[in-house]
Design a protein around this ligand. Structure first.
Ligand code: TYC
Length: 106
């Protein structure tokens, strides 16, 4: 029988150990990859539409991807990054461009 001195449920107090530090959640870089077919204007539009960049910044990032093969669009928590990758990929396919958008842990 459960009594005060013989409880059936023990609720441990939440105590953070002195030597432990809560880790921030992992963050993910969302990147665009270069290809030979997606129009530059379309990539600039994607960066403005999905990553909130102004035209000048979007143009700089697009050119970096064009020249270096890849470029970072932003850094986000995992679920936000995954949603951006899906939205950009769907948008590119609807417009019949092969643009690739990927994420990797920052
Ligand atoms: N290389 C493409 C072109 O010359 C432009 C481009 C830039 C494509 C960035 C994809 O992520 C990309 N039309």
């Amino acid at each position: 029988m459960a009594t005060r001195s013989n409880p059936t449920t023990v609720v441990e107090p939440v105590v953070e150990r002195k030597d432990s530090v809560a880790k921030p959640p992992p963050m993910y870089q969302v990147m665009l990859l270069n290809d030979d077919y997606t129009p530059m204007d379309f990539v600039v539009e994607v960066l403005q539409r999905f990553f909130g960049m102004g035209r000048e910044k979007a143009t700089r990032v697009m050119l970096q991807v064009h020249l270096d093969g890849r470029g970072v669009c932003g850094v986000f928590p995992r679920d936000v990054a995954a949603t951006k990758v899906d939205l950009v990929t769907d948008y590119a396919r609807v417009h019949e461009h092969p643009l690739q958008c990927v994420m990797e842990e920052a």
